[in-house]
Design a binder for this molecule. Structure first.
Ligand code: FES
Length: 313
């Protein structure tokens, strides 16, 4: 019981039919909006994007928790009294700053939520609803402070923090338990030697192909005689890139539209925040062969490092 309650809790949330229905209704409104503005740089920045290399939302969501925790500590210590006749007491200042930070967390959270699917999306919606409830309670607490109802303000503040912490627990589960917005190709390194992936004659020009190479999903693509191989599993949320479109050596993920340069694996558009690993390729005896990417050497690149990165021989 002590070690399984959280699994039961997450399973129960996953079964709530009202959450399924609400998720469908909210998605019907928000998804067209996201799709319309997804190419906007501001939207990619809210994901964190290739510039930050990480999602912004988890970092921003720590701010209101810290600020509101400070308000509760001041309440408990009785240090929340306004000084010098100021209308806003110290705890009120922390409460208000937390609300501003929470607005940023909501904006980035909704943006990340718009590129989630299935159970992640429903769990994310529940996480968001709890956070909105926490914000509403905090807003009521601030209002009570401003009107001199100190006792109510303290109760509302503590309740707000409790609800927000519950929300953060579900948010933590999304990231740590379900790998939302984490690099899905971290740790993919094999195979450690050249391995046959596909007969050269079977790979059409300008058409991506997905192959399994000793358990690693690899995308192969050939254009103008140049051969490219990337991890086929999108670093954002594990969409299969070989099912996406390729234009001018740029592949678009079919799930949420991230774009990667097939020659370098670099991100040209998010929501992905981690580039796709590139695998060296070569052609031997009519077969396309690939081998795993190795951690980059600290010293000068060896001949082998330089050989075959994305080009056939
Ligand atoms: S899985 Fe989300 S962009 Fe590829």
């Amino acid at each position: 019981m002590l070690t399984t309650w959280h699994q039961d809790l997450f399973a129960a949330v996953g079964r709530w039919r009202w959450l399924h229905a609400l998720n469908d209704s909210v998605s019907a409104v928000t998804q067209p909006l996201y799709d319309r503005y997804r190419d906007n740089t501001a939207v990619e920045l809210m994901h964190g994007g290739r510039w930050a290399g990480h999602a912004l939302h988890p970092a921003l969501s720590d701010l209101p928790i810290g600020l509101w925790s400070g308000a509760v500590v001041l309440d408990v210590l009785g240090k929340d009294v306004a000084a010098n006749g100021s209308r806003v007491d110290p705890a009120g200042a922390l409460s208000a700053a937390g609300l501003v930070a929470a607005a940023g967390a909501v904006a980035t959270g909704v943006t990340d939520w718009s590129v989630s699917d299935g159970e992640d999306r429903r769990m994310g919606l529940f996480h968001g609803l709890l956070n909105l409830a926490g914000m509403a309670l905090q807003g009521a607490s601030l209002g009570a402070r401003l009107t001199g109802h100190r006792g109510s303000a303290r109760v509302l503040s503590a309740t707000s923090l409790s609800v927000t912490l519950a929300a953060s627990y579900f948010g933590g589960h999304l990231v740590l338990g379900r790998a939302a917005m984490v690099n899905r190709v971290a740790g993919f390194t094999g195979p450690s030697r050249w391995v046959r992936a596909m007969p050269e004659a079977d790979l059409p020009e300008n058409t991506p192909a997905g192959v399994d190479v000793e358990g690693r999903q690899v995308l192969l693509h050939r254009s103008n005689g140049e051969l490219h191989a990337l991890d086929n599993v999108c670093s954002h949320a594990a969409g299969l890139l070989s099912r996406g479109e390729v234009t001018d050596c740029v592949v678009t993920c079919p799930l949420h539209g991230s774009r990667f340069d097939l020659r370098t694996g670099q991100i040209l558009r998010g929501p992905a925040q981690h580039p796709q690993p590139v695998l060296p390729t070569r052609v031997r005896n009519g077969w396309i062969e690939v081998r795993g990417s190795k951690p980059r050497s600290r010293g000068a690149p060896t001949k082998e490092d330089q050989h075959g990165m994305g080009s056939g021989s």
